[in-house]
Design a protein around this ligand. Structure first.
Ligand code: ADP
Length: 740
């Protein structure tokens, strides 16, 4: 392959710029020329100045921008062979034989067709004399990598598409805002979200925002009864004390016969049958807009980097690939197959074969829908209660993590729905030691889905030797059958303390699940912990603001993030904001590093650079502290640039949880309660920690805690995200290394 062309096509999606920046810089670093094709396939058909070489600097400062700086379009011409013939000519004339296409299934289908036809198109162009005769040899085939760019998250072959997380943020923010006004006036709202064939945004938005009813295309309701069922559920909710009713509807929702379920129809139904004052909000293009989230920036960045590396290794005869992400790992799958299955799903939807649609969406989608159906009820299922309901306690331990309340809400409702008694322990281990707990009912946790902080209280106290006796007494007196601990290091260590004393205290032989909830993301057995995504987004938002404050001056910022001894927040925020240097404890800092960094800064600012951004984890080094570094850079950079420090404090632990933290928190809570219920009564019930590993929920036995945890620094011995360091380093360097 000689040169790469890159385009964004179809609907725009936040995060496309990150993919572009990353692909361009990766290619240049490898010594491969890369050309931007403006306005999607239209630019390829038109040629001329719509195909231009991209430089390292041309993609600077775009990470935080929504949309796509090279434009996107829908192009009729490209659907015709004539149009594709022109496109092939323009690529050959620019020496391009590799393509990165960022778009939805339509765009990727177009790309795949183009590649199939390529040898014929080249032959035709040679025959008509539009390109030189040796082109057949020089351009035997086009190598293609497709990146899924679409807010709908409807692409087979990837867990997430670039843009879906940002869209979900916009939807959740909007429903949160609507919920507060709706509850003030006791109104009903119908919120219409995007998604013609795919209910992902509606379902996840409803789950994340705690909506009361939802319609998605994949699960069409019965045409005769949906109105009655919805009204029944909403009026039960009112009777139970709900002050608002929020119905979320995907724009493509239909009933089983294929009749559209419109927001207008829902509104009329609610007004007629319930006499409710009902308003409609159609979120529309707000969902596409705005600055991409940390996740979308990093997804785009990782996929852009991987696409170039994939193309570099691709031979002309190789099948084109879709580069996607599954369980935090890049996966590449045959593009045509992904596109075909994606198309197949939408064909099934057009034919009203929704059971097939649901099946192809996968088990995760189906399970999430089931969880949503339970949590949105107005109260526990009125089925016959178990004869001997269990008593399950939920508690926190550790610093506050956004999403803790969400987890408690889901656990309480999931347990209550099955007829069990759910207990909330106040303030972590001191509460358990003192027996300070109370029953939590369905409506006690109403509204907790979106609230930051920890309503039942959290605290870092670890029980001392004498406390274990008191804990055993509480468990016995309160007849606690199982415990869900939602927290961080202190919680895990304390539960390990109980686990290792089972011999002395037989009451500790109850099922206990530790659920990772800490912004530090430092728990073994889980690649991500609840709260980390929210903290990451808070950091990225703050750094964006800081960067904007320094547009005209030559200034270097040293930003300090939390994370204790885990560099996750520092590295991921560095990747998402384009920081040129990230300091983490895992790598350490040497005097030589600091000397090199000073040299880079001086050279950079002397060459006209206006802003320097360095991100440092709070515990990166005991001596080379943030303060030390700032002073060092100040002295060394005197008269060339000035230095400011920004210590991002507790705002990182505060804030309302992001959709990801709410959704994953809910999923983990449900699985934890199911696990506890299954273990209760067993001869040797397990103590475990739950987590997300490779995109799946897993339980790890507490007996493995000692071998997975780095006890000295309170973080996992192996951390998956460390693999991303080379990408961060490459993209943040001042220019390509290979060409120097
Ligand atoms: P998305 O990529 O977001 O699904 P579209 O379906 O509108 O968006 O596709 C974007 C563009 O991709 C189209 O305007 C067209 O130029 C090209 N395209 C889509 N499908 C085909 C096809 N079957 N053949 C050739 N080009 C196609």
């Amino acid at each position: 392959m000689n040169r790469i062309g890159i385009l964004t096509s179809g609907g725009d999606a936040p995060g496309m710029n990150a993919a572009l920046r990353s692909a361009v810089r990766t290619a240049l670093d490898l010594g491969i020329g890369i050309y931007g094709i403006w306005e999607g396939y239209q630019g390829m058909v038109d040629g001329g100045d719509r195909i231009r070489e991209l430089t390292w600097e041309s993609v600077g400062g775009i990470l935080q921008r929504g949309g796509t700086i090279i434009g996107t379009a829908r192009c009729k011409d490209f659907r015709t062979r004539e149009g594709r013939l022109k496109a092939a000519r323009n690529l050959v004339n620019n020496g391009i034989d590799g393509l990165i296409i960022i778009g939805g299934d339509g765009s990727l289908t177009g790309g795949a067709i183009f590649r199939e036809e390529w040898p014929e198109l080249i032959a035709d162009l040679i025959q008509s004399g539009e390109i030189p005769p040796d082109s057949a040899e020089d351009y035997p085939n086009l190598v293609i990598a497709g990146l899924p760019g679409s807010i709908d998250n409807d692409m087979y072959g990837t867990e997430m598409t670039i843009g879906a997380d940002t869209a979900l943020h916009r939807i959740t923010e909007a429903i949160d805002a609507i919920t507060s006004t709706a509850s003030s006036h006791q109104r009903s709202f119908v919120v219409e979200v995007m998604g013609k064939n795919c209910g992902y945004l509606a379902m996840m938005g409803a789950l994340a925002a705690g909506a009361d009813w939802v319609f998605i295309p994949e699960v069409p309701p019965d045409p005769e009864s949906w109105k009655e069922e919805m009204c029944q559920a909403l009026s039960t909710g009112r009777k139970a004390g709900r002050r608002d009713s929020i119905v979320v509807v995907a724009e493509g929702a239909c009933d089983k016969k294929g009749n559209p379920i419109t927001s207008q129809e829902i509104k009329i139904t609610l007004e007629k049958k319930l006499g409710e004052d009902t308003r409609i909000t159609i979120l529309g293009h707000v969902q596409r807009g705005g600055s991409p989230t940390a996740f979308d920036r990093n997804l785009g960045t990782i996929l852009g980097y991987s696409a170039v590396n994939e193309l570099k290794e691709t031979k002309p005869e190789d099948e084109p690939q879709l580069i996607g992400m599954r369980g935090n790992r890049v996966v590449s799958s045959p593009l045509m197959e992904c596109v075909e299955i994606t198309k197949q799903i939408s064909n099934y939807a057009d034919e009203n074969q929704f059971d097939k649609v649901l099946e192809l969406r996968g088990s995760g989608f189906q399970a999430t829908y089931q969880i949503l159906q339970t949590l949105l009820q107005a109260g526990p299922n009125p089925v016959e209660k178990p004869k001997n309901p269990f008593r399950i306690a939920v508690m926190h331990s550790g610093g506050p993590a956004p999403g803790m309340n969400t987890v408690v809400r889901a656990a309480v409702r999931w347990g209550s729905d099955q007829g069990h008694t759910m207990l909330g322990i106040s303030n972590g281990f001191p509460g358990l030691i003192e027996g300070d707990l109370k029953e939590l009912s369905w409506m006690d946790v109403s509204g907790w889905v979106s609230q930051g902080g920890a309503e039942i209280g959290t605290n870092r106290t670890i029980p001392n030797e004498g406390d274990f006796y008191s804990i055993a007494r509480t468990i016995e007196q309160e007849q606690i059958d199982g415990i869900l601990l939602i927290g961080g290091e202190s919680g895990y260590d304390s539960v390990y303390g109980m686990f290792s004393r089972q011999k002395d205290f037989p009451t500790f032989r109850i099922p206990i699940v530790c659920l990772p909830a800490t912004i530090d993301n430092d728990r073994p057995g889980s690649e991500l912990s609840i709260g980390a995504d929210t903290a990451l987004n808070s950091i990225v938002y703050a750094v964006d603001q800081i960067k904007r404050s320094a547009v005209a001056s030559r200034r270097c910022f040293v930003v300090e993030t939390m994370g204790r001894y885990c560099g996750y927040l520092a590295l991921m925020s560095g990747l998402a904001t384009g920081a040129e240097r990230v300091y983490i404890h895992e790598e350490g800092i040497t005097l030589k590093d600091l000397q090199d960094d000073v040299d880079h800064l001086v050279t950079g600012f002397n060459q006209g650079k206006r802003l320097g951004l360095l991100i440092r984890n709070e515990s990166a080094h005991p001596v080379y502290t943030t303060d030390f570094m700032v002073r060092l850079f100040e002295v060394e950079g005197k008269e060339i640039f000035d230095v400011r420090q920004a210590i991002l404090g507790h705002q990182q632990q505060g804030g309302n949880p992001t959709p990801f933290d709410r959704i994953q928190g809910t999923r983990l809570a449900v699985q934890s309660i199911d696990f506890i219920l299954k273990e209760i009564g067993k001869k040797d019930p397990r103590t475990v920690f739950i987590g997300l590993e490779g995109g799946k929920i897993q339980f790890t036995g507490m007996e493995d805690y000692t071998s997975l945890e780095d006890w000295e620094y309170g973080r996992p011995i192996s951390q998956w995200w460390m693999d991303l360091r080379p990408i961060a380093r490459l993209l943040a360097q001042p220019g390509p290394q290979q060409w120097k």
